[in-house]
Design a protein around this ligand. Structure first.
Ligand code: XUL
Ligand code: CO
Length: 431
């Protein structure tokens, strides 16, 4: 045991608590035939909670964690503290990038060796813990070698380095029985078109993703491959802009059916969408996978990665998740970091506990809305004409036949209310 969380007891469900506890998240509560823990599938993001030093563009580290530094001993200390937090929170999953968990070496081989040693250490820790791996991923954006992209880099050696890195991260995810493997292309885009061959870069990214899928099948990894869309930041423009863009990309490279989406709330907002839009679209396209549940500050227009705290927003997101049939391999990852003034260990615990509670409240509201059925009934009624024989026949018809029919039958459509305010009032009964 480390003493980092000294004095902080393990969290439990206590609806009357005025201290740090779960007032809404009761992992064992059964909703719709499934325990809440199995519905929500919460995950802690290793990078923000344990590797992020609290810097911003105007100032450096504020956190000064006892495990900050470049040695393997400190990497193990970091893992010890992380698993202590997983246990305190009773959280079923966590996620990592390679760079979060091992100190960078002088060579590829040295970094890899350290990474593999840490993966084995995680394996031992996981034997003594309930927490499993939701997904692994490679950090192909922090080191300066990736400044012009990873798969899309003009230098083929960076493509090679990135491919080798993803291969090893997929091996590690497989070894730890991770449920998904994520690719987020933060630097797969451009800063200026003046130096960018966009056609070539997209081809490189497509081939890279094909190789990841080929390798998944080669090693028998049963988890899902997830792409995480984001329109910009750190690049001015990123190729994985949003769900619709990625779907077109998957089609172009023959990867539909192989790759699903990890949708982040803050990224959806950056793309000019709502979170629920991205979720609904992914479901409609059959590529919904998992979520990163972290919001942005609406004033800053920046990816601030804050813990969720808006129940109505979260409720609408889980409503879409439930309409999609819930998570299969996916889950709710808190890709969220503390504010840099939140220095204390208790802040880290409170942030996750609060976020889990906000999600639980939103989820319960979403489940109740679906169970109530009014929203779905009203939606179905709105499209009722399309279920009639005339409506169905229309889509099998052609312009000439339809034109003749409009005249012959005297078709004269009468506008009907979309009922938006009434629908919003219904949502408000539940949140
Ligand atoms: C960055 C982001 C990443 C991915 C994993 O905005 O969301 O942390 O989730 O690389
Ligand atoms: Co994310």
């Amino acid at each position: 045991m480390t003493d980092f969380f000294k004095g902080i007891p393990a969290l439990s469900y206590d609806p009357d608590s005025t201290d740090i506890a779960f007032r809404h998240y009761n992992p064992d509560e059964v909703i719709g035939g499934k325990r809440m823990e199995e519905h929500l599938r919460f995950a802690v993001a290793y990078w923000h909670s344990f590797a992020w030093p609290g810097g911003d563009p105007f100032g450096a580290e504020t956190f000064e964690r006892p495990w900050f530094g470049d040695t393997m001993d400190l990497a193990r200390l970091k893992a010890d503290v992380a698993f202590e937090m997983f246990d305190l929170l009773n959280v079923p999953f966590f996620c990592w990038h390679d760079a979060d968990i091992r100190p960078e070496g002088d060579t590829f081989a040295e970094s890899l060796h350290r990474f593999q040693e840490m993966i084995d250490y995680f394996g031992e820790k996981m034997e003594a813990s309930k927490t499993r791996l939701l997904w692994g991923t490679a950090n192909l954006f922090s080191h300066r070698r990736f400044m012009s992209g990873a798969a899309t880099n003009p230098d083929p050696e960076v493509f090679a380095w990135s491919a080798a890195t993803v291969k090893n991260c997929m091996d590690a995810t497989h070894k730890l029985q991770g449920e998904n493997y994520v690719l987020w292309g933060g630097r797969e885009g451009y800063e200026t078109l003046l130096n960018t061959d966009l056609r070539r870069e997209r081809q490189q990214a497509g081939r890279f993703l094909q190789m990841a899928v080929e390798y998944k099948h080669k090693i028998g990894f049963k988890g899902a491959i997830l792409v995480e869309p984001k329109p910009q930041e750190p690049s001015k423009h990123q190729y994985d802009f949003d769900v619709a863009t990625v779907y077109g990309f998957l089609k172009e490279f023959g990867l539909e059916g192989e790759v699903q989406m990890n949708i982040e709330q803050g990224h959806a907002i950056l793309a000019g969408h709502s979170f629920e839009h991205e979720l609904a679209l992914a479901t409609a396209l059959g590529i919904f996978g998992s979520i990163d549940m972290n919001r942005n500050d609406y004033q800053s227009g920046w990816d601030t990665d804050q813990f969720p705290n808006n129940v109505p927003e979260v409720a609408l997101a889980y409503y879409e998740v439930l309409r999609a049939g819930g998570f299969t391999t996916g889950g709710t990852n808190f890709d969220a970091k503390l504010r840099r003034q939140s220095l204390d260990p208790v802040d880290l615990i409170a942030a996750h506990a609060g976020a889990m509670d906000v999600c639980a409240r939103g989820f319960k509201a979403a489940a109740a809305m679906l169970e109530d059925g009014t929203l779905e009934k009203m939606r179905a009624a709105r499209y009722g004409g399309w279920d009639s024989s005339g409506g169905k026949a229309l889509l099998e018809s052609d312009f000439e036949t339809i034109a003749a029919q409009v005249e012959a039958d005297g078709i004269n459509p009468q506008p009907r209310s979309g009922r938006q305010e009434i629908l919003e009032n219904i949502v408000n009964r539940f949140v």
